[in-house]
Design a binder for this molecule. Structure first.
Ligand SMILES: [Zn+2]
Ligand SMILES: [Zn+2]
Length: 253
């Protein structure tokens, strides 16, 4: 049986030159900002809109800075299944080799473990490089699997529209509703155009909706003007909240 410590150390040493080449090739350290999106599994590194690079990633796991614990993504309920399913192969690899750290979902750990896990993931899942995101509460360990061409890539267009963080759903695209629409109210749901969750939006389009009373006012006023807008008092929310509100307010006839 292979000793885990020896194995992990060797894997880390194997990956260091790969990672150095990767960082050099894509000039990774030149980007000061990051944004990652669990739904699409895309990492954006950028300085501005003209200076950016996109990678597809697999979320390997997180390290909690307060609890000093590691959690494998396959155990993490806040991640969508599509993004984390691949990490089960690391668990399986751990089972085959009886490496307890690869088969236990969460345990007391340190930041160094995470780098070894990334190195092992690179071997098992074939990554081109790795990336660690230093969050306020968590460090995120990502395995990068391919570089993406942003030209005409709908997932990337969508990702760049995600600029609203309501505090509940993470970063999402903005949406606009009148003051009378609430979760569990039943006030009607008039939309600027027909919508469905996750749909692509043109650059000039926003999710926007208002209630039956606002629609009445809008008709009286011949459209949106100072008076009808004052009545509606449109507010900004996130797209997830928008579709929750739509569910209870729309009247199906
Ligand atoms: Zn939200
Ligand atoms: Zn209204």
């Amino acid at each position: 049986m292979i000793d885990y410590k020896e194995f992990a150390k060797a894997e880390l040493n194997r990956v260091i030159p790969i990672q150095n080449r990767f960082k050099e090739e894509f000039d990774i350290d030149s980007y000061t900002n990051w944004f990652y999106d669990d739904e699409s599994g895309i990492l954006r590194l950028y300085n501005n809109d003209d200076d950016e690079i996109f990678f597809k990633y697999i979320p390997i796991g997180t390290f909690s800075l307060s609890q000093k614990t590691w959690m494998w993504s396959w155990l993490n309920n806040s991640l969508v299944v599509k993004s984390k399913i691949e990490t089960l192969k690391i668990k399986q690899f751990g089972e085959e080799n009886q490496f307890e750290k690869l088969t236990t979902g969460t345990f007391p750990s340190d930041e160094f473990d995470g780098w070894e896990f990334l190195a092992i993931s690179q071997k098992v899942l074939n990554g081109i490089g790795v990336y660690k995101i230093n969050g306020d509460k968590l460090n995120y360990y990502l395995l990068l699997t391919e570089i993406l061409n942003p030209d005409g890539n709908q997932e990337i267009i969508k990702l760049k529209q995600k600029i609203v963080d309501c505090g509940y759903h993470g970063f999402k695209r903005p949406a606009f509703i009148c003051q009378h629409l609430e979760l569990n109210s039943s006030n009607g749901f008039e939309e600027a155009f027909e919508t469905f969750p996750g749909m692509d939006l043109d650059e000039d389009d926003d999710f926007s909706a208002w209630c039956d009373e606002c629609e009445k006012k809008r008709t009286e006023c011949d459209g949106w003007n100072d008076e009808s807008e004052e009545f509606a008092k449109i507010k900004l929310i996130c797209e997830d909240f928008y579709f929750e509100i739509k569910e209870s307010n729309q009247k199906i006839t």
